[in-house]
Design a protein around this ligand. Structure first.
Ligand code: NAP
Length: 285
């Protein structure tokens, strides 16, 4: 029940109405039995400064950050973690005596389902499709796992060059970038392929980032990982499973990055199974 003492958490973004974070976090809040509520706040880029000032005024306890504010939020934070520094973006913010602090829990969310697999990451070549914001968290995560080589594929030469330049050691050491047209020679050596593009989600739900011929070139013992969580599975994961590959969808990353954020705000373990089940029910999985 919301009372006069209920504390406020939020997610900020634009658009935000589609966000699944309120479903996941309010289920967790109810399960843990704390007096909090988590709401979605649509905030235009031009209103970000006013919103952040208002958050202090209304005693907001913490908030999630999504598109288009993950980098724009940085100047408003007093301190950020090494993880946020490495990714160059923040998705979780909390209050301290000194102001707002930020981190990035997408990396922990991304690697959580990989860490449970018996893979020798130091001998694994990873192929990352797309070079946007999520791809940065993926590169940090793959570097943490110790992947031998990390190949990032993009369609825009200038964005790809900017992506490559935006890293310091150790992240740049194993990283190579390639245009999409140069993808095919890398497929047969890939142990892990990660789709970070929106190809496969509405309105392109019947598309895959790889052609059937390209999928066939992937080793059958490799892992296909799609950051998309709806539809579930995507066409890409269906194609991969059809030739015996392991498939990981984006739901666990969503759950685990949310759980890591909730643990920062509440300073207690998150009910991960409750959060996962709430999302599965909401998505009809
Ligand atoms: P983003 O910053 O917009 O990046 C998207 C990337 O995909 C860009 O490199 C873009 O290329 C590329 N791309 C888009 N359409 C393409 C196409 N038709 N062909 C080739 N490349 C294309 O978005 P993001 O924040 O990284 O998110 C990417 C995906 O990850 C989304 O589906 C999102 O839902 C998902 N995601 C999931 C989680 C999770 O918790 N499971 C977390 C974060 C993100 P250009 O730069 O050239 O446009």
């Amino acid at each position: 029940m919301i009372t006069g003492k209920t504390k406020l958490l939020a997610v900020i973004g634009q658009p935000i109405a589609h966000s699944l974070s309120p479903v996941m976090h309010n289920a967790a809040i109810a399960a843990v039995g704390v007096d909090y509520v988590y709401v979605a706040l649509p905030i235009q880029p031009a209103d970000l400064a006013a919103a952040i000032a208002g958050f202090a005024a209304i005693d907001l306890q913490g908030f999630s950050v999504t598109i288009p504010h993950k980098q724009a939020i940085l100047p408003f934070l007093t301190e950020i973690t090494d993880m946020a520094q490495a990714v160059g973006a923040v998705n979780t913010v909390w209050r301290t005596d000194r102001g707002w602090s930020g981190t990035n829990t997408d990396v922990a969310g991304f690697i959580a389902p990989l860490k449970t697999r018996p893979v020798n990451w130091r001998e694994t070549t990873a192929l990352v499709l797309g070079n946007g914001g999520a791809a940065r968290a993926v590169v940090v995560g793959l570097t943490q796992l110790g992947c031998a080589e990390i190949h990032v594929v993009g369609r825009d030469r200038l964005k790809l060059a900017a992506f490559q330049q935006g890293w310091s050691s150790p992240y740049r050491d194993r990283l190579q970038v390639h245009l999409w047209d140069d993808l095919s020679p890398m497929l047969s050596g890939a142990g892990l392929v990660v789709n970070t593009t929106p190809i496969g989600m509405s309105p392109h739900a019947d598309h895959s980032p790889l052609t059937p011929a390209q999928i066939k070139q992937l080793p059958s013992d490799s892992i296909a990982y799609d950051l998309i969580y709806s539809p579930n599975p995507t066409v890409f994961l269906q194609q991969a499973q059809a030739q015996g590959m392991q498939a990981i969808d984006g739901l666990e990353m969503l759950v685990q990055q949310g759980a890591a954020a909730l643990e920062i705000w509440l300073q207690q373990p998150a009910p991960i199974a409750v959060m996962r089940a709430a999302l599965q029910t909401h998505l009809g999985l």
